[in-house]
Design a protein around this ligand. Structure first.
Ligand code: AMP
Length: 544
């Protein structure tokens, strides 16, 4: 007979993270770039106090436990307060991606049943555009003071309130309810490149566990020794749970607001002595170019977490070898709350040549504790972990979605979430994402990894960015088409890049054509919109 454990059953709650941050690290700093560019500074204890004031302000707005409060906001201190106040009150913070098309934005606000929406002043035009299509939203709250609100044109929006007077009217005492850890705390929709976006309702438990995992030494190592700058947006996948992890670990938190250009990020990293950052590869590509062009160095940055799309090996090498910044490359998706795998090298890799180390980091690493992975073939049969067999990556774990918000059916297949990513897993458990299943190029019955081709192209010194799509071909089914953005002032033509690639990939992988473009279409989360490229360049290659 099993014996029941004799331990307490205490829930994992977002409010407990706030209380921990305040009680253990109340003097720790939060620095936030405001929408007007100014830097705002305060401490964990100040943030917790204002979060309690906001929690008190939610009730008079007609909100109850379970209500959904939308946010359309940058990474800044008021958004952080809303993260804690809304979830801590037993309500759901629905973080909306402002880069969604306004019709999709209205769709998700309505689908989620947002009753109140908090928004940064930057997004006033967006609010004007969507408000008439969102009749259920009772109040729109501008994340600013009364003066800034008065300066905005919000005609036709309905009830608009300013955040500062709203919370100033409230006391800073609030008893956080002791909720069930399994209730929804935060809601995020997928980007929805096909069909409507789908919502993932994160529970308190999922957020807490994922945030604790992010603090682990082998993940992002968040502790009082670190200053963390999440470039990943708080409006998508909870900024990989770093706004929670910073309070769990006691790290100084630096929020970059709307200024995500390389010069502003670099300046913030240097002046605030940032040691850990996290973001998508496109951000780091821009940052490295800026730092190189201006002959700068990182004086405090130790480590950067990268994910969202594949980080090219060439960029990993540059960060490590030239700038002494360790790259940790992870994989995750909206459906996995935050980080599911992480490449973090240990003593076993100490003797590897730099080239081999970078190649290993360019893979997406091992699953973090709590996450299990497997590969399946098209029949659903499990494939071996031999580093060669490619199949769909299936994931399960304590912070993985079970069903999309309001969906009647589970999203799982035999208890596993099908990610739509094609991957390999080697005997040591290292995952390599080869492609999205919709992006992989099927040529003559074989697969060409668009990620591998892009990484090979980005290694050329004149290439700033690269993207590869499959284009219909009468003989081979599909063939690769390569898009290149050259670095400013650099010359590069088609024969040169093809010669360069010929030394790095199999001959039959070589793109049938190369298009040089000024920029690539980027989606709401900084990823190349291959759908758009496919639509624009969906011609058929001639048979040859
Ligand atoms: P999203 O839900 O918008 O964050 O997108 C998740 C998808 O991004 C995953 O299913 C992958 O296709 C892709 N992705 C995330 N991290 C990586 C990575 N490190 N390398 C390659 N693809 C990635």
């Amino acid at each position: 007979m099993n014996q029941p454990g004799s331990m307490m059953d205490r829930p994992l709650l977002v409010s407990a993270i706030l209380e921990h941050g305040e009680n253990q690290f109340g003097d720790q700093h939060i620095v936030s770039r405001e929408t007007d560019g100014a830097l705002h500074r305060y401490r964990f204890a100040d943030m917790a106090r204002r979060a309690r004031q906001l929690a008190n302000a939610l009730k008079p707005l007609g909100l109850r436990p379970g209500s959904v409060v939308g946010s359309i906001a940058w990474n800044n201190h008021r958004h952080l307060e809303a993260y804690y106040a809304v979830s801590g009150s037993g309500m759901v913070i629905h973080t909306c991606n402002p880069r969604l098309h306004s019709e999709q934005l209205a769709y998700i606000i309505n689908h989620a049943e947002d009753e109140v929406v908090l928004f940064d002043t930057t997004f006033a035009p967006l609010v004007r555009a969507v408000a008439p299509s969102c009749p259920r939203v009772r109040h729109w709250v501008a994340l600013c003071d009364a003066q800034a609100l008065a300066a905005m044109d919000l005609q036709g929006v309905g009830s608009v309130l300013a955040y500062e007077p709203l919370i100033a009217a409230e006391v800073d005492v609030f008893d956080w309810p002791e909720c069930d850890e399994k209730i929804g705390a935060a809601l995020c929709y997928t980007s929805g490149t096909t069909g409507h976006p789908k919502g993932v309702l994160y529970s308190h438990r999922a957020l807490s566990l994922s945030a604790m995992s992010a603090c682990m030494p082998g993940v992002l190592s968040i502790s009082p020794q670190e200053t963390v700058l999440p470039v990943v947006p708080m409006f998508h996948i909870n900024a990989w749970c770093l706004p929670y992890a910073a309070l769990i670990g006691g790290a100084k938190l630096v929020l970059p607001g709307p200024r995500l250009d390389a010069a502003s990020l670099y300046e913030l990293m240097e002046t605030e002595r940032v040691t850990v950052s996290a973001g998508v590869p496109t951000i780091w590509m821009g940052l490295i170019q800026y730092v190189e062009q201006n002959r700068l160095r990182f004086t405090t940055m130790r480590r950067t977490g990268v994910g969202g799309s594949a980080m090219p090996k060439a960029l990993i090498a540059k960060f490590n070898d030239v700038f002494d910044v360790e790259v940790r490359h992870g994989w995750g998706m909206t459906e996995t709350t935050a980080i599911a795998t992480m490449s973090s090298l240990g003593t076993a890799e100490a003797d590897l040549a730099p080239e081999e180390r970078h190649a290993l980091v360019a893979k997406q690493g091992k699953s973090v504790f709590g996450i299990e992975l497997k590969l399946v073939d098209e029949q659903g049969l499990t494939l071996p972990r031999d580093g060669a067999s490619q199949g769909e990556l299936m994931v399960r774990g304590q912070w993985i979605v079970e069903r999309y918000h309001k969906a009647e059916r589970t999203a799982l297949v035999d208890g596993w979430f099908p990610t739509g990513d094609i991957a390999t897993i080697d005997p040591q458990g290292v995952v390599q994402i080869r492609d999205r299943s919709k992006d992989v190029i099927k040529s003559g019955g074989e697969w060409i990894s668009s990620i591998d081709l892009e990484n090979a192209a980005v290694a050329h010194p004149a290439v700033a960015m690269a993207a590869v799509i499959g284009v219909k071909h009468p003989k081979w089914d599909e063939r690769p088409l390569l898009f290149i953005v050259r670095k400013p002032g650099q010359a590069l033509d088609k024969p040169q890049i093809l010669d360069f690639l010929a030394e790095r990939v199999a001959k039959w992988w070589l793109p049938d054509d190369v298009l040089f473009v000024d920029s690539l279409p980027l989606g709401g989360t900084g990823k190349v919109q291959k759908n758009e490229l496919r639509q624009r360049h969906g011609h058929v290659f001639d048979s040859d």
